[in-house]
Design a binder for this molecule. Structure first.
Ligand SMILES: Cc1cc2nc3c(=O)[nH]c(=O)nc-3n(C[C@H](O)[C@H](O)[C@H](O)COP(=O)(O)O)c2cc1C
Length: 167
C-alpha cells in the first residue's frame, strides 16, 4: 500500500546508514520529485546540490553539531534557497521541495534526515566549502541512503491541534 498517507506516516528521519551506494536513477527520481513542488507564483526559488564526495561529507559533518550522519550517508542533498527569486517565500517553497524529495526517497526505499542550516553561523563556512554563490542560502543538509535503523516517533494528537470554524 503506497498511498500518500501511508508514505507520510511511515517516513522517519534516519541517522544510521548502510554502506551501500545509491543507484543514480533513484537520486534522479528524488530530484524530479523536488522539482515538481508547488511554489508561490510558480517561481521555484530553489537550486539543488548533490554531494557524494566522502571528504566533503566528513567536513560537513564536522561543521554541523547535529548532523554527524552526513559522513555516513552516501549522498547529501543540499537544497538552496534564492531570495532574489522570491524574497518572501524562498524558504517555505524550498522546504516543500525538500519534503517532496524526502517522500519520494522513502517511497523507493531510501532513508533521509534533514538537518537545518539556514540562518546558523555554520552556513557561511559551508557555503565557502561548497563554492555556493553569496545570494543563495543553504536550507539544510539532507542525508540520503539505505537505512540501518528503524526508528519510531510519535506525533501530537489531532484533538490538541485542530480547531473548527473559530479558534
Ligand atoms: C527544519 C528541520 C531541521 C532539522 N534539523 C535536524 C538536525 O539538525 N539534526 C537531526 O538529527 N535532525 C534534524 N531534523 C529532523 C527532526 O528531528 C525530525 O524530523 C523530528 O524529530 C521528527 O522525527 P521523524 O522525522 O522521524 O518523524 C530536522 C527537521 C527539520 C524539519
Amino acid at each position: 500500500m503506497n498511498d500518500a498517507l501511508n508514505l507520510l506516516k511511515t517516513r522517519r528521519s534516519i541517522r544510521k546508514y548502510k554502506n551501500t551506494p545509491i543507484e543514480e536513477e533513484k537520486i534522479q527520481k528524488c530530484l524530479e520529485a523536488a522539482r515538481w513542488a508547488p511554489s508561490a507564483s510558480n517561481k521555484q526559488p530553489w537550486e539543488f546540490l548533490i554531494v557524494t564526495d566522502e571528504t566533503i561529507r566528513m567536513k560537513l559533518s564536522e561543521l554541523h553539531p547535529y548532523a554527524k550522519f552526513v559522513a555516513e550517508s552516501p549522498v547529501v542533498f543540499i537544497p538552496l534557497t534564492n531570495p532574489e527569486i522570491h524574497q518572501k517565500y524562498h524558504m517555505s517553497d524550498t522546504a516543500l521541495a525538500t519534503m517532496q524529495y524526502m517522500i519520494e526517497a522513502h517511497s523507493i526505499g531510501l532513508g533521509t534526515c534533514w538537518a537545518g542550516v539556514i540562518g546558523t553561523p555554520m552556513e557561511q563556512e559551508m557555503k565557502e566549502l561548497l563554492g555556493i554563490p553569496a545570494h543563495l542560502n543553504i536550507l539544510g543538509l539532507v542525508a540520503t541512503g539505505y537505512a540501518n535503523e528503524e526508528p519510531t516517533r510519535g506525533r501530537k494528537n489531532l484533538d490538541d491541534l485542530v480547531h473548527y470554524e473559530r479558534y
